[in-house]
Design a binder for this molecule. Structure first.
Ligand code: NAD
Ligand code: LMR
Length: 332
């Protein structure tokens, strides 16, 4: 029996993400929570003949507590998205409080759940959740993930296109490490499998496109929000990978996510030998298992250009992380 909870389930990401989770036969109980319209979304999705029993919850009648109670996995796409001209950090003032309150609910009602944070700015919202869980004495770094899968999905798509093989994008695996905004996103294109043979100039263009892929969608949506459908795909892919690993299945694909490096201090040693000791959080390749992070995997060989990208990412992440930590320190 597996209970999955989506917080922000009536939103642009929340609705298609809930739909994709309903397609998974691993889930038997799907709880959809939002401050608006969650019962409507739940009623609609509940007519699909897959195993999950679907319930929708609003804040009234202790809805958050009921949605979270005994959840095995909580996926959080709650909060506001960007408009053109905004950075993800511009969302901090609204989303930090939303994510903090959800984290309090998780600490009280589902402290053992895998927690997948989608709400931006991920570089700061993950430390916010961690600090709340620490305060409540239930923080387990193996179970908390900032979802960076969309960067990995984009890298596969853009690089297979550049290789002239757009219909083979599923085959292309490119590690994307760091954080989830602008220069904190670090694609390791030199490790692309299959490899691509393009000029350094093209590598730099591709790197920039992966780092700023979110802006492409924000601009195209022209004020109507940011990526929702591709994010739902990416979020469902990662959530299902976590659940499959939890059920004992050996995964064929290595997933990456933004985690606290104490999730595997042994594995983190190789990572810090490459990135240094200035950031406690980083998106890294993971081996997932029954308890979440089983191992932090090596970053592999990083070339000089990528080393430069890592340096910039680490410098930016520091401020993003301390902003999240300070927010909880100053919260009553
Ligand atoms: P949206 O506005 O369409 O949906 C957000 C939903 O959250 C709404 O339904 C809203 O009612 C709900 N919500 C607001 N406050 C809430 C609360 N306190 N509790 C529960 N639900 C609440 O936005 P969206 O396009 O779905 O994006 C959601 C978030 O995901 C944004 O912060 C966006 O930047 C982020 N995002 C992250 C990634 C990533 O790669 N990690 C990708 C895309 C978007
Ligand atoms: C993305 O990468 O698409 C998301 O983080 C949304 C955004 O604001 O760009």
């Amino acid at each position: 029996m597996v209970k999955a909870t989506v917080i922000g389930a009536a939103g642009g990401i929340g609705q298609p993400l809930s739909l994709l989770l309903k397609q998974s036969t691993l889930i038997t109980d799907l709880a959809l929570y939002d401050v608006v319209n969650a019962p409507g979304v739940a009623a609609d999705i509940s007519h699909i003949n897959t195993p999950a029993v679907v319930n929708g919850y609003l804040p009234k009648d202790d809805g958050l507590a009921k949605a979270l109670k005994n959840a095995d996995i909580v996926v959080i796409p709650a909060g506001v998205p960007r408009k053109p001209g905004m950075t993800r950090d511009d969302l901090f003032n609204i989303n930090a409080g939303i994510v903090r309150d959800i984290a309090v609910g998780i600490a009280e009602h589902s402290p053992k759940a895998f927690v997948l944070v989608i709400s931006n700015p991920v570089n700061s919202t993950v430390p916010i959740v961690a600090e709340v869980l620490k305060k409540k004495g239930v923080f387990d770094p193996k179970r908390l993930f900032g979802v960076t899968t969309l960067d990995i999905v984009r890298a596969s798509t853009f690089i297979s296109e550049a290789a002239g093989k757009p219909t083979e994008s599923l085959k292309y695996k490119i590690p994307v490490i760091g954080g989830h905004s602008g220069v904190t996103i670090v694609p390791l294109i030199s490790q692309s499998q299959p490899s691509i043979d393009v000029s350094q100039e093209k590598i730099e263009q591709l790197t920039n496109r992966i780092q700023f892929g979110g802006d492409e969608v924000v601009k195209a949506k022209d004020g109507a929000g940011s990526a929702t459908l591709s994010m739902a795909y990416a979020g469902a892919r990662f959530a299902i990978a976590v659940l499959e690993a939890a059920s004992g299945k050996k995964l064929e694909t290595t997933e990456q996510a933004y985690v606290h490096l104490s999730a595997d201090s042994n594995g983190a040693k190789e990572v810090t030998s490459v990135i240094g000791n200035d950031t406690p959080y980083f998106s890294v390749p993971l081996e997932l298992g029954p308890n979440g992070v089983e191992k932090i995997l090596p970053l592999g060989k990083v070339n000089e250009y990528e080393q430069g990208l890592i340096k910039k990412a680490v410098a930016d992440l520091g401020g993003n992380i301390s902003k999240g930590v300070a927010f909880i320190e100053s919260s009553k």
